[in-house]
Design a binder for this molecule. Structure first.
Ligand code: AMP
Ligand code: ZN
Length: 116
């Protein structure tokens, strides 16, 4: 499924739910987390609906995952985060995933943080 009409992040991709965007291209969207754990807390998502990290295939999605990861340092630099940052991908129930559309949390800024 490339788009799931019942998925929160697909609705954000489609513009049906507002978000504070930080970056967008043909296959990736980045927006600010609505409940940030850190002074800067971005979510990097593929526009394509992929439910979890367990649903990716190396053949199909390695380049996409590579691009998502490579964006993290660039976006942190653009957000003036200069002292390191944290990336997290929660996967599935035991991984604590709440929104079932693949996303990479990228968090930075001076500590203490609310969480993490
Ligand atoms: P996870 O637990 O990894 O699935 O994380 C889901 C994240 O999505 C949480 O950090 C939420 O705060 C965030 N979130 C939920 N709804 C929205 C929204 N409408 N806009 C931005 N972030 C959201
Ligand atoms: Zn989705």
């Amino acid at each position: 499924m490339s788009h799931d009409p019942s998925c929160l992040f697909c609705k954000i991709v489609a513009g049906q739910i507002p978000s504070r965007k930080a970056y967008e291209d043909e296959e990736i969207l980045v927006f600010h987390d609505i409940h940030p754990w850190a002074p800067v807390h971005l979510l990097i998502i593929p526009k394509l609906h992929i439910a979890t990290l367990a649903d990716i295939s190396e053949e199909q999605h390695a380049a996409l995952l590579g691009r998502m990861t490579a964006l993290a340092p660039r976006l942190m630099r653009e957000a003036a985060v200069t002292n390191g940052f944290r990336t997290v991908i929660n996967c599935g129930a035991d991984g604590g995933q709440e929104v079932y559309h693949l996303h990479m949390h990228v968090m930075g800024g001076p500590r203490p943080w609310a969480k993490g």
